[in-house]
Design a protein around this ligand. Structure first.
Ligand SMILES: Nc1ncnc2c1ncn2[C@@H]1O[C@H](COP(=O)(O)OP(=O)(O)OP(=O)(O)O)[C@@H](O)[C@H]1O
Length: 309
């Protein structure tokens, strides 16, 4: 759905995006993560046809952003990180205004706007002035605005920034619904944990370069080279630790009460022999499960800027 190839953007001599290539598959939610100034907004603005690249290409649904920007704009819904709203309009009028600018007939855009106000949970604010809405509500309205022309690809630049925890959960639910509706979503954040649960794949960007990208689980395994296994025990922790220490594929062992968390350098199919060994040694295992590990650790491993998570 979105193909970025060898993209470069320079501001004078400063390189903001440095030979970046990535692919966002149709129907996927792709998390674009990186510290402040990494080049996320620049990349997204180029994909949204608002900024010209220095070199390289970006294609949306097969259309090049430089060669066919109008066609690209029909395909995308863009929510910028900073946006203005027209304060003398009511929520419904605001969406209607955007619908009209896309040339959507009156009846159709009224129906679409009502549906979108429902989706972003603002139906009860349809006749309130935009100016009077809270920041989180304005953000949701802006998301609804970007959906008025039923785009296939949503480009959301830090949509959760400044939202309180409740608003973030609500945003996650809205994005889930949009994914179920078949939308492709490119969403950025400098907070990895915000994205890890809702994304199919992520790309980590630093200094304009894509440091790592792909399926969330694969990334964690590739980068850290190990999987994490949680083992719950009915006592006899020392015995379990003793047995685990003798296993060559076990790299680290952390203990928390009756739970052990281990780093395991094997593959999925190497896990059952480990469980078998524990049980054969009379270790009282009551649960044994592979977890997704800690994405934050991966983020810190592949980037150098300590302040970002
Ligand atoms: N118009 C501009 N002129 C000069 N430099 C710019 C311009 N726009 C962005 N930059 C620089 O390019 C780099 C990338 O900026 P960008 O906004 O793309 O980063 P970001 O990853 O979106 O960061 P943030 O999370 O802070 O929004 C930054 O160092 C920024 O200062």
């Amino acid at each position: 759905m979105l193909v970025v190839e060898d993209l470069v953007k320079r501001y004078g001599r400063f390189v903001a995006v440095d030979h970046l290539s990535m692919i966002v598959e149709r129907g996927h939610v792709f998390g674009f993560v990186g510290p402040n100034g990494a080049g996320k907004t620049t990349t997204m603005r180029i994909a949204a046809t608002l900024l010209a690249p220095t070199s390289g290409s970006v294609r949306v649904a097969g259309f090049d952003v430089m060669e066919e920007p109008i066609k690209v704009r029909r395909k995308i819904g863009y929510m910028p990180d900073f946006f203005g709203v027209y304060d003398n309009l009511k929520a419904m009028e605001y969406l209607d205004f955007y619908g009209a600018s896309y040339g959507i007939p009156y009846k159709e855009r009224q129906k679409t706007a009502e549906g979108l106000l429902d989706l972003v949970d603002l139906a009860n604010k349809r006749d309130n002035y935009v100016d009077s809405l809270s920041r989180g509500m304005k953000q949701r309205l802006c998301l609804a605005r970007s959906l008025m022309h039923d785009p296939e690809l949503l480009i959301l630049d830090e949509p959760a920034s400044g939202m309180d925890p409740r608003a973030r959960v609500e945003l996650k639910n809205i994005l889930k619904e949009l994914k179920n509706m078949g939308k492709t979503i490119l969403i950025s954040s400098h907070i990895l944990s915000e994205l890890s649960e809702m994304c199919d794949s992520i790309g980590i960007i630093e200094h304009g370069r894509l440091v790592v990208s792909g399926d969330v689980k694969n990334i964690m395994q590739t980068v850290s080279g190990k999987i994490t296994v949680k083992i719950k025990l009915l006592g006899d922790i020392d015995k379990a630790v003793g047995v685990l220490k003798q296993q060559p594929l076990v790299s680290d062992i952390f203990q928390e009460d009756d739970m052990l968390e281990i780093g395991y350098k094997g593959k999925d199919e190497d896990l059952w022999p480990l469980l078998k060994t524990l049980v054969a040694n009379d270790v009282p295992v009551i649960s044994f499960s592979k977890t997704d590990g800690n994405l934050e650790k991966v983020f810190m491993e592949v980037t150098q800027d300590e302040e970002m998570v």
